[in-house]
Design a protein around this ligand. Structure first.
Ligand SMILES: [Zn+2]
Length: 403
């Protein structure tokens, strides 16, 4: 949600972001130095040293101390998760300033009118922000971050929802996250939206060419970069809106949603990992990867899981193998039947359909097979999956024969 800082507040936020960055980098350097000598330093020690450092360097005290502690906590977590030497520096150029205010009790939020709210942040005072929806719970923490020239705030809210009721509807749907369209559903609906128009894509390319000609560090170059970032930000916002919209529709109507469990990271790892080991097929894959990432699959899944918490919708994840090669009518698996990226035509029964809808139907069938095995219980997400080579199809057959 967008924050409306006064220029002074924006300057202040920028400084806090800078201080947090300095704390992060210093803390990381310290951890690495310890590791090189086969020693460890933990969060508690670092926090203690931070207090001592504040006595010496008054500029550190400008930031709320909780923000700095939170930075060290985040660093601690990052080092545990990724290893001290794989945690990234926060470089001034690539890092978007952000800091977390972990003290929910000191953050007050008020709604001013339909569109605006205001929040009281420690050391900042009241700040207006675009309140697009009610928070629906007590604030536990707030994260302030800058994206391009704008500041945003997000809240972590304790909503008190522990166990959602069962979804009122028992209807189920399969969803395929396709390459040709963003989302295809087994009821034949296709959800798609381009996040950048052709004109915008052209404009972006023009900027890229312009950037290549401009001198590093020049004011013009910085202006071009700002414009490019603004375009990317618009794209991201549109994608988030789109995902939210689709997810709300799906979860409102259906009690069970089956989705593909895609190894997204594996699919993109080879193209991303060019620095470490240049893969041979990076070029061929780059096109597909880009479109996968474009559609924001991870974000979609996250939005879906989150929305399902509120509606009580069950999300079933099934392995993706063969879902795009199997006929949803006669269940013949035949790689040749996929006529093109967009059309599936079964060579056995002549069934012809949008390829992504066909896949969505298979996903639904596999998902229902899992739920029919009685693994659902009280849980909302199903961990157990059918074997990849079967995709739950025999189980579905049995169900149909029993009717
Ligand atoms: Zn068929």
């Amino acid at each position: 949600m967008r924050l409306e800082f006064t220029p002074e507040q924006a300057d202040f936020a920028e400084r806090i972001g800078g201080i947090c960055r300095a704390v992060w980098n210093t803390g990381l350097e310290q951890r690495r130095e310890y590791r090189r000598r086969d020693a460890w330093i933990n969060y508690r020690q670092q926090a203690k040293e931070l207090v001592e450092a504040k006595a010496e360097h008054s500029w550190l005290s400008e930031a709320p101390s909780h923000c700095l502690q939170q930075t060290l906590i985040d660093l601690d977590k990052a080092c545990h998760r990724n290893g001290t030497f794989r945690v990234r520096w926060r470089s001034g150029r690539h890092w978007r300033p952000s800091f977390r205010m972990p003290d929910g009790g000191k953050i007050e939020v008020e709604r001013l009118n339909k569109r605006w709210g205001r929040v009281k942040l420690p050391k900042f005072g009241w700040v207006r922000f675009r309140m697009s929806r009610a928070l629906g719970g007590t604030v536990r923490s707030a994260t302030v971050s800058r994206d391009g020239g704008r500041w945003y705030i997000s809240f972590l809210v304790e909503d008190g929802i522990v166990q959602p009721g069962r979804h009122a509807s028992t209807s189920s749907i399969g969803v395929d996250r396709g390459v040709a369209v963003a989302v295809a559903a087994s009821d034949g609906r296709l959800y798609d939206r381009s996040f950048a128009s052709k004109v915008e894509a052209e404009r972006y390319k023009r900027f890229q060419r312009k950037l290549a000609r401009q001198k590093k560090g020049s004011a013009n170059r910085r202006r071009t970069l700002d414009l490019m970032r603004a375009m990317k930000r618009r794209e991201r916002n549109r994608r988030a809106d789109f995902n939210a919209w689709v997810v709300n529709r799906l979860t409102a109507r259906h009690g069970i949603i089956a989705i593909e469990k895609l190894p997204v990271w594996n699919m993109t790892a080879s193209a991303r990992g060019t620095v470490i080991a240049p893969g041979k097929n990076v070029r061929q894959k780059a096109g597909l990867n880009r479109s996968i990432l474009d559609k924001g699959w991870c974000q979609f899944e996250r939005a879906l899981t989150n929305a399902a918490r509120y509606t009580g919708t069950t999300i079933v994840k099934v392995p993706a193998a063969y879902t795009s090669q199997t006929c949803s009518r006669c269940r013949t698996t035949d790689p040749e039947s996929r006529e093109s990226q967009a059309v599936y035509r079964c060579r056995a029964c002549g069934h012809s359909e949008n390829a992504d809808v066909n896949a969505a139907k298979n996903i639904l069938a596999a998902g229902l097979a899992v739920t029919a095995c009685g693994d659902l219980g009280a849980g909302r997400s199903v961990k157990q999956e059918p074997q990849p080579s079967q995709v739950g199809i025999p189980a579905i057959r049995r169900r149909e024969e029993a009717k």
